[in-house]
Design a protein around this ligand. Structure first.
Ligand code: CP
Length: 306
């Protein structure tokens, strides 16, 4: 990775993704040690700047930075001077002036990580911007598929659910197709983007027809917090047509994976017991996420002298 920032999967290209996956592999071994720590980023400082809620991404980046021996700082909006009216620009330039090396940025508005990158001297990693992108989620999902099934190339991947409001869908479709997978989006028309021009995907409204042929079924949560209008008659009807119920899971081939980026709504897009099947990679995705984020931080910061 020669770039200063990781903002979009598109910036990496297939070669960049492959490089991150290769480096991630070596960091899995580090995470499995009794003392899961290497001195690779000693002297570097990584700051989490989350303007939107997170469990996995925030803690995963923090664990990744600590395992690389970087110092970490956490920014909390509610206890910061943002509540006194300080602008985003002044906030990030204040933090940058403290001599930090990377800002991990999550924000509810699309494009904020690009804005931040234009204002600071340090590296910026997009940890999710609005409906737009979540590149490290896509990287950890590709890594998980590669570990479980050998390769992403040639696989048939069904991405099911609220595509319209999903940054994960946007980044994952880019990454999966760059690595040679065939992607089918499965959703009610109201949960698809208004235009799919430029999306290299097939589209279906018939989950039952797609499941038997899928190597991976990737489920997305209904993102009610990003919906300003009623797009579904009811969650019960959504589950009846698009939920991965126990009966539908039986339609999958023996080796097919069930994936979900989390947070899950058990009983809506995925049945509670399906989420716990051996073929469900949900917790393995989380574990792999730490190694992948170690690789991203190492590739961005490892070669630059403090
Ligand atoms: N998958 C994901 O981004 O989860 P969090 O919102 O908990 O970080």
């Amino acid at each position: 990775m020669t770039a200063t920032h990781l903002l979009s999967v598109a910036d990496l290209g297939a070669d960049g993704i492959e490089e991150v996956l290769r480096v991630s592999d070596s960091f899995v071994e580090v995470s499995e040690r009794a003392m899961p720590k290497v001195p690779a980023l000693r002297g570097k400082t990584v700051v989490s700047l989350f303007f939107e809620e997170s469990t996995r991404t925030r803690l995963s980046f923090e664990a990744a930075a600590k395992r690389l021996s970087a110092d970490t700082m956490n920014f909390s909006v509610s206890t910061s001077s943002v509540s006194k009216g300080e602008s985003l620009r002044d906030t990030v330039q204040t933090i940058d002036a403290m001599g930090v090396d990377a800002l991990i940025v999550r924000h509810s508005s699309a494009g904020v990580p690009w804005q931040v990158a234009s204002w600071v001297d340090c590296s910026v990693v997009n940890a999710g911007d609005g409906w737009h992108e979540h590149p490290t989620q896509a990287l950890l999902d590709c890594f998980t598929i590669q570990k479980e099934l050998g390769s992403v190339a040639g696989l048939r991947i069904a991405v099911v659910g609220d595509i319209k409001h999903s940054r994960v869908a946007r980044s994952n479709v880019l990454a999966f197709t760059m690595l040679g997978a065939e992607v089918t989006l499965v959703a009610p028309p109201t949960l698809l983007p208004p235009s799919l021009d430029g999306w290299p995907v097939a589209v279906s409204t018939d989950l039952d027809a797609v499941l038997p042929k899928a190597d991976v079924v990737y489920l997305l949560r209904i993102q009610a917090e990003r919906q300003s209008e009623a797009l579904l008659p009811s969650l019960r009807e959504y589950t009846a047509r698009y939920g991965l119920t126990r009966d539908r899971a039986r339609m999958l081939s023996d080796d097919a994976l069930v994936m979900h980026p989390g947070p899950m709504n058990r009983g809506v897009e995925i049945a509670a017991d399906v989420a716990d099947l051996p073929r469900s990679t949900v917790t393995r995705q989380v574990a792999n996420g730490v190694a992948v984020r170690m690789a991203v931080l190492f590739l961005l910061l490892g070669a630059t002298p403090k």
